[in-house]
Ligand binder design. Structure first.
Ligand SMILES: [Fe+2]
Length: 271
């Protein structure tokens, strides 16, 4: 299966941060995804679709409706759970108690795991972990799990110092299914990859503003001028590969696909 991961759009009520036009980045991402060849099976959005300046999902929902493939979205700490369910619950069968889901593709599955606790804090209670274990037991195909908060330490104290009850239990559970499970998250506004307990893990890059790499406790919480980007996960029975694709908001999609073709990637992006 081919799953495009988008994350951390942070669309604001006024449409943009001063130096990061999230709406333009999403529009470009949708254009590129719709032109991908082979087509992706789905788009997995790992949270923070909105900034806290708004609870109105109508603009982002309309933009995402232009996608030619299914949208699979879990909320982030900046999303409002009730409004999120109202916005996306008609198209995606969320669990009754939390905004988790399972989506079957032809040759694998995507599981969205809601990691939002009260106030957007990271949390996985026993009910969510039991729900996930049931999903993992019922199907032995390759499975991509998407969530917002990373349930592992990243080396960045800003994130690692925040409590995440249930994270260790989740990683122990996934270790038992490591051969066919892969985990991706968002939240840090920086992409990374890793291995924990034999489980392949990763964080997708933001469509909104990127944040400075901070490996020390007093690192600045600063926006950086890095281009918005998306991950493209190619997963089958044999392997799991991820491509990272930067999106230049000031480039029209025609110019961008032209650059990609020149780089020899026309098999992925249609000319
Ligand atoms: Fe975020």
């Amino acid at each position: 299966m081919i799953i495009v991961q988008l994350s951390d759009l942070h669309l604001r009520a006024d449409g943009r941060y001063p130096r990061h036009d999230a709406g333009a980045a999403l529009s470009l991402a949708v254009s590129v995804i719709n032109r991908m060849r082979p087509r992706s099976d789905a788009v997995l959005f790992t949270g923070d679709l909105l900034d806290r300046s708004t609870r109105d999902y109508t603009p982002v929902r309309l933009m995402l409706r232009a996608l030619s493939v299914p949208l699979l979205a879990v909320p982030g700490n900046h999303d409002d759970p009730a409004a999120f369910r109202r916005a996306f619950g008609n198209d995606l069968a969320y669990a009754p108690e939390h905004l988790s889901f399972v989506h079957a593709c032809a040759d694998g599955r995507v599981i969205g795991l809601d990691s939002n606790g009260p106030g957007g804090s990271a949390m996985l209670d026993s009910g969510r972990l039991a729900w996930l274990e049931d999903r993992l037991r019922e199907d032995d195909r390759p499975t991509l799990i998407g969530m917002h908060h990373p349930p592992f330490t990243t080396g960045m104290p800003r994130y690692d110092d925040a409590p995440f009850p249930g994270a260790d239990a989740l990683m122990r559970l996934l270790a038992a299914y490591a051969e066919r499970v892969r985990l991706v998250a968002g939240h840090t506004h920086r992409a990374l990859t890793g291995f924990i307990g034999g489980v392949q893990v990763g964080i997708g890059p933001p469509l909104g503003h990127a944040l400075a790499l901070g490996l020390v406790p007093d690192a600045p919480h600063a926006h950086t001028p890095e281009a918005p980007a998306m991950h493209i996960h190619l997963i089958d029975q044999r392997q799991s590969i991820t491509h990272s694709l930067a999106l230049a908001p000031d480039q029209p999609v025609e110019a961008m696909t032209g650059m990609l073709d020149a780089a020899g990637r026309s098999r992925l992006i249609a000319p």
